[in-house]
Design a binder for this molecule. Structure first.
Ligand SMILES: Cc1cc2nc3c(=O)[nH]c(=O)nc-3n(C[C@H](O)[C@H](O)[C@H](O)COP(=O)(O)OP(=O)(O)OC[C@H]3O[C@@H](n4cnc5c(N)ncnc54)[C@H](O)[C@@H]3O)c2cc1C
Length: 423
């Protein structure tokens, strides 16, 4: 039996709201605080993938040597804003170090441990919010133009295979049968049946938030500007209140799920976390005359296409330039240009009528895996952030683990890999 607490969650993105709903269902009284309405930051516009097979770290042996080519290609999948490079250098160093042969299998195991539980932990939350029909488990199809493209990703396929992921190699004829709208020019495909996607990532957050409020949860709209702490022995200090734009609010237990901004809050507690924004972009085409049956990933070009309830969403790109600069929407248009080379039906003005463009900040740690952890110096504080490309996928399992840590229950998973102090 968990002792009921009042828990404050900073952040109303998919991770914060999934955590809040889980804590509430465990019997706690929960307040969520965010400067925005639920799901209006990064969780609004992601590609919707339940990428449960994606355990390979972003940094793999050899990845770093691909970076110069990506950076010099104006249509490449990675951009670094030059003025930001000096601030980014320590993160890049850590990223490179995380890609050593001695590290990747442990990182892949840690990511796989979360992904293995991801769908099971989503089920009760989706059911509670009557969102079960929003998740389609139709698999994902990754496409390569030639063998060289496939071979460049060979290690990530090997890591998946070694961890039991079901993978089917398909050729041009099967690609056409699986996805008739895809144009010619792809020599190899890889089908992963375990993938799923949601029909609208924003709706997943707002649907859970509605259920949370309906069951007595509180959502407060304000920015957290500081923390009031008191020292304590022997169990460490405590956070006693939040300073916010609408005044001070008392705290019993605190969970930080503030996405790409979380390191700023952790720093107030003396925890230095190398969290950076990997800005991504999407274009959504409500009138696209295309009916993809599943998520399609273009291997060489590093972008994805998802059939959603509001249209076809094309998403991708990693742009590293901090949290403060304006987005470069030309990058969203590059995604559209690339998609037009894959889906012949997108050529022509009618196909893109009503299109919307968006960008958001993926919260990225250099070793790819998130922080899911108690705060070392503060007995009543917990962290859940840094999910990078997998925040939607891992939101529910993160919420479940945080609720177990907070309730001093069994997490059912070795959480040492996700500790905040690992850097
Ligand atoms: C283009 C793109 C495609 C993606 N595709 C996928 C995908 O297919 N599958 C997948 O699993 N993931 C995907 N992701 C990643 C996923 O979207 C993120 O990992 C996830 O949304 C992060 O959720 P979050 O709740 O941590 O952060 P957010 O949604 O950013 O929420 C954090 C919240 O904290 C609030 N906040 C921060 N600081 C404060 C403060 N001081 N005071 C008050 N409020 C504060 C912010 O306002 C914000 O609302 C994609 C991301 C992008 C950009």
């Amino acid at each position: 039996m968990v002792e009921p607490r009042h828990v404050t969650v900073i952040g109303a993105g998919v991770v914060g709201i999934a955590t809040a709903l889980t804590l509430q269902r465990d019997g706690h009284r929960v307040t969520v605080i965010d400067r925005l309405a639920p799901g209006q930051a990064t969780s609004f516009g992601n590609a919707g993938g339940m990428g449960v097979t994606e355990m390979q770290p972003a940094s793999l042996p050899g990845t770093i040597w691909k970076v110069p080519g990506w950076l010099t290609d104006p249509e490449g999948p990675l951009a670094i804003r030059p003025a930001y490079l000096p601030r980014l250098a320590p993160w890049l160093w850590r990223f490179w170090r995380a890609g050593g042969w001695d590290k990747v299998t442990a990182l892949a195991d840690a990511q796989a441990a979360l992904n293995d539980r991801a769908r099971a932990d989503w089920q009760p939350l989706l059911a509670a919010a009557t969102l079960t029909d929003q998740l389609k488990v139709n698999g994902a199809l990754t496409l390569y133009r030639d063998d060289a493209g496939y071979r460049a990703d060979a290690l990530s396929w090997q890591l998946r295979r070694e961890r039991g992921v079901e993978i089917h190699a398909v050729g041009p004829d099967e690609i056409h049968q699986l996805e008739p709208d895809i144009g010619p020019g792809f020599a190899r495909g890889v089908l992963m049946p375990d993938w799923g996607h949601v029909l609208d990532p924003e709706r997943i957050v707002t649907g859970m938030a509605t259920r949370f409020v309906g069951d007595g949860g509180e959502i407060v709209r304000a920015e957290v500007t500081g923390l009031v702490t008191e020292a304590g022995q022997p169990e460490g200090g405590r956070v006693t209140a939040l300073q916010t734009t609408i005044g001070e609010r008392p705290v019993d237990r605190l969970v930080v799920c503030a996405g790409a901004w979380s390191h700023k809050i952790a720093a107030w507690l003396g925890d230095t976390v190398p969290l950076e924004s990997e800005r991504g972009y999407h274009v959504t085409l409500p009138a696209a005359p295309v009916a993809l049956r599943r998520m399609v990933i273009i291997g060489e070009d590093h972008f994805v296409m998802t059939p959603m309830s509001m249209g076809l969403r094309i998403a991708g790109t990693v742009e590293m330039g901090g949290l403060d600069g304006a987005p470069n929407m030309a990058r969203a248009r590059v995604l559209l240009d690339k998609a037009r080379r894959v889906l012949p039906a997108l050529v022509g003005a009618a196909a893109v009528e009503g299109k919307t463009e968006w960008s958001g900040h993926r919260p990225a740690l250099p070793d790819t895996i998130p922080v899911i952890s108690a705060a070392p110096g503060f007995a009543n504080v917990f962290y859940g952030f840094g999910h990078g490309h997998l925040g939607l996928t891992q939101a529910a399992v993160t919420g479940r683990i945080l609720a177990d840590l907070l309730g001093e229950g069994e997490t059912g998973i070795d959480v040492s890999a996700y500790r905040v102090g690992r850097f």
